[in-house]
Design a protein around this ligand. Structure first.
Ligand code: MGD
Ligand code: MGD
Ligand code: MO
Length: 694
């Protein structure tokens, strides 16, 4: 049998965007491994993606359009197969009926990064809905706060060149569980360590990453801005600020220094629940180690004070002047280094797009239950599974279950969200379609070309949107652009060419050389090239223009703490990727059932023992989990993993039953980790509540 290999890109929502090698035999994908030659991802895929073909070739793929013939919320048995023409007519009729009643803004597309590909991601779908005049989606759910904060401070989501981290003498992994969520950057950290670097994890949890570091500081959740302010104050006290660099390349240092006068180390340490000596010692290390690299994760920005936290932590590297050196400075995301402008392709200037309101995706539960006026009465979901991943699950389900809501879902497999759809449309997976990727963790642009046929009638998202446009009678030529047209448009005006990508699969898209210090002489992507320690624009958002500390909302609420004494983090699991693998046997066998990790003191206070089933609850809802008693958290802090599927969870709810619809101080992002709960012994589970067998 002929065996061929094809290079492509891992499409998942992860900073690493691996280049992979797919082996195809007889038209079937039979092998998948990392591309050994790739300078950043260097061969090995992660464990979860090593099993990607289980999903691709698995029995759960959606292969035909389906329409609902039974009640909402029941599951797949309420659906029957139809032809593509029937399905797209049904979608067009659903959208038209809603628009006739309430106007086009009643339609809302809901999408995120199920695929990070620009073609099947956020181009053709948003383009279609913008042309229709539908509500625009504010895509805040993941990095909204960090993006806004970095935009304010540095002009964009930019930072030190990731591969340069090998040069660092001190590395702070701040709210970043690299071993789980940024695996391919970790070997560079290890290399730095072999060369003598000291590595510190700053995370309320003793994660798999923290145990591998030289030191671990466990601040109280949501208090990072206070810690960063205390450390900066210490740098002032020991005369370790880089005044020349600050004067040349930042604005607002004097006002920032005045703010630091309010933040002696002792005050910061109390706020963070840390020993002042520990903070001072870290301050001394930062003061005396050049270059220091601060790798900022996204966990610390899932709290109410997220915007100020990201500003403060990233500002630390400005105060030390660390951007002067390769391996110095801060890095949260590399997105701003990539030249591809997705929005320019989603909303091309020659396509009419009526003005429309914006709806924040993180508030979807509220938007569907009264917050939106005119109401949302038509919802089209793609590349996302909000019924499992969005906050305030009970309220969201009430919204999704509304009889007057028309919902279409584009999916590869049946998910929790499909349960609420009127029409489910089968979508292709990465080896079956064309796509183009940048990355939020490195500087390479990657092409993915189709290598196998899609099962049944599954189609790429972009093609589904072209068909929906046609069914709606939208015949503007931009609604007929092919996937290749979209790739060309995405590359337009960038130094990357399709020919280059066809030849090499990946190219370094950013123009920043490997190992460089891109901001050694300033030149940040702000209008004047200076970083903005003070940003008067923030006033408009109700945020202090000077960097300061916004306490967490629930975690710092003493009244709420009496009823709900535990702060609950719901963090990424090593074996899941959001809810993408939550229905896969290999993955769920490793991550296990939903668990609640409790400090021994908190377990003892409640008489709970290891393995005991509990109900985790607050005023919004509850979910069931098994207790794990360990010392990976501090007293008063509990954790579980995000992104189980509700219908495979005992009791049918996930952790998002207890998370809130609440915006961060900046960027309108959600506050998943800023959640208070109590736990109680769960009644023995009746058989009908046992999770579906996997
Ligand atoms: N294996 C795997 N990889 C993934 C994902 C996955 O689900 N599984 N998800 C992907 C996605 S969508 C994203 S956005 C990224 C997310 O990747 P990360 O940035 O790693 O995000 P989180 O898991 O939310 O949080 C990271 C760490 O921040 C810590 N943290 C929580 N609150 C605080 C705080 O207040 N202060 C500090 N200092 N730390 C805090 C958490 O304990 C956690 O260890 O990873 C991507 N990669
Ligand atoms: N409690 C809690 N909740 C969280 C978080 C947390 O830390 N705690 N983290 C949040 C974060 S960081 C994120 S990014 C969100 C992620 O939440 P979601 O954006 O909902 O991500 P997934 O759950 O992975 O769902 C993506 C879906 O897209 C589908 N998909 C993939 N590729 C394609 C394609 O080409 N076409 C179509 N039609 N479908 C495709 C997959 O099958 C999958 O079902 O979750 C958030 N939810
Ligand atoms: Mo995310």
């Amino acid at each position: 049998m002929p065996r061929t290999t094809h290079l492509g890109a891992c499409p998942l929502d992860c900073p690493d965007t691996c280049t992979w090698q797919l082996t195809v035999e007889d038209g079937r994908a039979v092998g998948l491994r990392g591309d050994r030659d790739h300078p950043f991802t260097r061969g090995a895929l992660c464990g979860k993606v090593n099993r990607y073909l289980d999903v691709l070739n698995g029995p759960d793929r959606l292969t035909t359009p389906l329409v609902r013939v039974g009640p909402k919320g029941v599951g797949r048995s309420a659906y029957t197969a139809v032809s593509w023409d029937e399905a797209t007519d049904r979608v067009a009729a659903g959208l038209r009926a809603a628009i006739d009643r309430f106007g086009a803004e009643t339609v809302l597309p809901y999408y995120f990064a199920g695929t990070m590909g620009h073609v099947q991601g956020a181009t053709m779908g948003p383009r279609l809905f913008a042309h229709l005049g539908a509500s625009r989606l504010q895509t805040t759910i993941c990095t909204g706060a960090a993006s806004a904060a970095l935009g304010s401070l540095l002009g964009d989501r930019v930072g030190f060149e990731p591969e340069s981290i090998v040069e660092a003498g001190l590395i702070l992994l701040w709210g970043a569980n690299m071993v789980s969520t940024n695996l391919h950057h970790w070997p560079f950290v290890q290399q730095a360590r072999e060369r003598g670097a000291y590595v510190v994890a700053i995370d309320p949890l003793r994660t798999d990453t923290a145990v591998r570091c030289d030191e671990h500081l466990a601040p109280l959740p949501g208090t990072d801005a206070a810690l960063a302010l205390g450390l900066m104050r210490h740098l002032v006290d020991v005369d370790a600020t880089d005044e020349d660099w600050l004067a040349a390349h930042t604005v607002g240092w004097q006002q920032t220094a005045a703010r630091l006068a309010e933040w002696p180390v002792e005050r910061a340490a109390v706020e963070c629940g840390l020993d002042p000596d520990v903070v001072r010692r870290l301050g001394d290390r930062i003061a005396t180690t050049r270059p220091t690299a601060v790798r900022i994760g996204l966990g610390l920005q899932r709290h109410h004070g997220a915007g100020q936290a990201i500003r403060a932590v990233a500002a630390l590297s400005l105060v030390t002047g660390d951007f002067r050196y390769p391996g110095g400075g801060s890095l949260c995301m590399t997105s701003g280094h990539h030249p591809i402008d997705e929005d320019a392709v989603a909303f091309p200037p020659d396509l009419p797009t009526p003005a429309a309101r914006t709806i924040n995706m993180s508030r979807i539960a509220a938007a569907l239950t009264g917050e939106a006026d005119p109401p949302v009465t038509a919802l089209v979901v793609f590349n996302a599974n909000p019924a499992a991943t969005a906050p305030d699950q009970q309220r969201l389900r009430a919204g999704l279950g509304r009889a007057d809501l028309f919902t279409a879902v584009l999916e590869q497999r049946w998910t929790d969200t499909c349960d609420w759809a009127d029409v489910v449309l089968p979508a292709t997976m990465q080896p079956e379609h064309l796509d183009l990727h940048s990355s939020y963790g490195h500087h390479y642009t990657t092409l993915n070309v189709p290598a196998v046929e899609a099962p049944g009638q599954a189609l790429p998202n972009a093609e589904i949107f072209r068909r929906i446009a046609a069914a709606l009678g939208l015949d503007h030529p931009r609604m007929r652009d092919s996937d290749t047209d979209l790739v060309r448009q995405l590359l337009d005006g960038t130094p990357v060419t399709l020919d280059d990508l066809r030849e090499h699969t990946y190219v370094r898209g950013s123009g920043v050389p490997v190992g460089a210090a891109p901001y050694a002489d300033g030149g940040f992507p702000t209008p004047d090239g200076r970083a903005r320690l003070v940003d008067p624009e923030l006033d408009r958002h109700g945020v202090d223009p000077v960097i300061g500390y916004t306490p967490p909302a629930e975690a710092a609420d003493p009244v709420l703490a009496r009823r709900f004494p535990l702060v609950l983090l719901s963090v990424a699991s090593r074996y899941l990727l959001n809810s993408t693998f939550a229905g896969q046997q290999w993955h769920t066998a490793r991550v296990g059932p939903p668990r609640l990790h409790l400090h021994p003191d908190d377990a003892a206070a409640r008489g709970l023992t290891d393995g005991e089933p509990v109900r985790v609850h607050n005023d919004r809802g509850s979910f069931l989990a098994d207790v794990v008693v360990d010392d990976r958290t501090r007293p008063g802090v509990a954790f579980t993993h995000k992104a189980y599927w509700a219908r495979l969870s005992p009791g049918g709810n996930t952790v998002n039953s207890v998370t809130a619809v609440r915006d961060t101080d900046l960027g309108g992002a959600p506050t998943f980790h800023d959640t208070r709960v109590e736990v109680s012994t769960a009644p023995a589970r009746p058989d009908d509540e046992a999770p579906e067998q996997l």
